[in-house]
Ligand binder design. Structure first.
Ligand code: M6R
Length: 365
């Protein structure tokens, strides 16, 4: 039921504080992630793991890309990520004691399921599915499972499934990390931060009216660039996917450092550029990339932390987000990307919940 919401997508965006809280529920004891949440035998699997391979499609693939940063920097394990439709059709070297992880809202995506079956044949130490549908094929066929508790997602454009996948991936990172070399105190500090997430999402949702107004400037555009660095690069990719999927505006994401290797040629005063700019160690690098855009007349829309020193000037619009911790930034900065795509689509009058040519669950390749 849509209730008072005009579209399922909007309802699902606003359900995220609840969906995230439900996904954390029961998976944390005191200040620690409970490894058994991933299933019987998970603690041993996590101890033995020497690397992680993540495979998924679409938005779920973007969640996997964010997780690579976490798994390598927090859990200290090498991690590779690939789209399932590529993974399933090439020859692999299967690393010894590697954990194979699939991510899927539906658990029925044909390519992801085929990749899982291939992984089982090719000798991975264990398989884990992070999935939103308990009775799905992916869940049935994996050794370990962590369910995202997003609840049914009706809108074709994935929203709450994505943010709950990111939560599940943070839980995985901490459980894996503890089984490796992450110390107890660091885990406890991160869990404390994670518990604040539903409240932080509530706060960022208050930007809705501001973003609805901003959407007007995108309606008549043909193209948009999205920029991010580090774990915000996959968030830029997710922002671009949402926009193209429901508003049919061509959108591309680039890691900001790649600008001068080609896409800078596209910049003129007709080109809106959306940047994801939390106040982290990469901010100064990102700012100099944005300066390159501004100098060429590009229209900049910067989603920034409250304390990012950046002023609004000609061609620069800054949208301030409520303060949060670095660990949560990819999740928090996703919300305005979802709202922007939603409001642009509404203004364009497209079928938000059922965009043309797309299906909610891609069960054929
Ligand atoms: O059910 P899955 O998570 O496996 O689906 C994967 C993609 O088909 C899905 O994320 C798709 O990209 C969405 N429409 C994105 O909004």
């Amino acid at each position: 039921e849509r209730g008072d919401y005009r579209h399922f997508m909007l309802k699902e965006i606003f359900e995220q504080p609840r969906a995230v809280a439900d996904t954390l529920e029961g998976r944390i004891a005191g200040a620690h992630v409970v490894p058994e949440s991933f299933g019987y035998g998970a603690p041993e699997v996590f101890q033995r793991a020497r690397s992680v391979v993540l495979v998924a499609c679409g938005t779920s693939y973007h969640a996997a890309l964010v997780a690579r940063y976490w798994i390598e920097s927090i859990a200290g394990l090498p991690c590779t990520v690939e789209v399932a439709s590529e993974y399933r059709y090439r020859k692999h070297v299967v690393p010894t004691d590697a954990l194979f992880v699939t991510l899927s809202q539906s658990g029925e995506t044909a390519d992801t399921l085929a990749a899982l079956r291939l992984a089982k044949e090719s000798g991975f130490a264990a398989t884990l599915a992070i999935c939103n549908v308990p009775e799905s094929s992916l869940v049935r066929e994996s050794d370990l499972v962590l369910l995202t508790h997003a609840g049914p997602e009706i809108g074709v454009a994935s929203t709450k499934a994505f943010t709950t996948q990111l939560v599940a991936l943070l839980l995985l990172t901490l459980a894996l990390g503890r089984a490796q070399s992450l110390d107890e105190a660091t885990e406890a500090a991160m869990v404390t931060i994670l518990r604040t997430l539903p409240t932080k999402i509530e706060a960022v949702l208050e930007l809705d009216a501001r973003i609805a107004a901003l959407a007007e400037t995108f309606v008549d555009k043909q193209h948009t660039l999205f920029l991010g660095r580090g774990e915000q690069y996959p968030i830029a990719m997710e922002g671009a996917l949402k926009l193209k999927e429901i508003s049919y505006i061509h959108a591309e994401a680039y890691p900001a450092g790649e600008l001068k290797h080609g896409p800078l040629a596209l910049i003129d005063d007709q080109m809106p550029v959306v940047a994801v700019a939390p106040n982290n160690s990469l901010l100064e690098k990102l700012k100099s990339n944005l300066e390159e855009v501004r100098a060429r007349g590009g229209q900049l829309y910067v989603f920034a932390d409250r304390d990012v020193p950046m002023s609004e000037e000609d061609g620069v619009t800054v949208i301030r987000l409520p303060e949060t911790d670095d660990l949560l930034d990819p999740i928090i900065f996703t919300i305005p990307m979802q709202l922007l795509a939603y409001h642009v689509a509404v203004l364009k009058g497209t079928d938000v919940d059922q965009p043309r040519n797309l299906a909610k669950s891609v069960t054929v390749e």
